[in-house]
Write a protein that binds this ligand. Sequence first.
Ligand code: KIV
Length: 260
Amino acid sequence: MQGITIKNILEKKGKEPITCLTAYSKPMAEIIDKYCDIILVGDSVGMVLYGMKTTREVKIETMILHGKAVKNSAKRSFVVFDMPYKTYSNKFIAYKNVKKVMKSTKCDAVKLEGGRKIVNIIKYLTKKGIPVMGHIGLLPQSSKVFKLKGKNLIQKKQILQDAMALSNSGVFAIVIECVVESLAKKITDSVSVPTIGIGASKYCDGQILVTDDMIGLSNFRPRFVKKYSNVKKIIEKSVKNYCSDIKRRKFPSSQNVYRF
Ligand code: KIV
């Protein structure tokens, strides 16, 4: 099957919305692969699956395991690996870690959080042929609180400058997280690469959500998350019925045993 390429993603800017979700495992990747253009192996895995307080605790070895599982299961979608905290502190550390990630997971690209501060690192990676996705606005690896960005003129200007710097550094797309609508629109109209919004309005070229939030498996419920199902309720009901069946000796039934 022909997989989605960077060329396909770039061509969608301003024409067709780009669909993205996160995945950390084989079963989730297999489902998402059927529909989404991009799958992000997000470092949100730390908080979502491992119950960590921040994404800063996530180790590269953990991410590599999830990256391998997702990439092996995705036949169509473009798979992006989220570089964890402190794995790209300077260009040399970044290149060493990115090479390790690409070699062991075979993911299609990496994502780095930050604007102008990390532009020299991104330029170094893209010049070496590494496909990089940027991430601006709210930066979970460096911000202690979950807060809307771009509410005042200074912040707006800074985030726009970050976007322009990233766009000129060779990234193929930019995630914009939790910013006011007018800023997301301005950025999307100003940069040459697609913008992927999370809490950043319909004006972005694409949208991403953390899958577990979108299907109602996590407890994270900011305004920008639309809950498409309540998987937590479905699982809870199944577990409850299973336990009840065991207690009433209804499971295993004759259909679930081996008789010779
Ligand atoms: O780690 C993650 O899931 C992300 C998305 C929120 C964009 O970076």
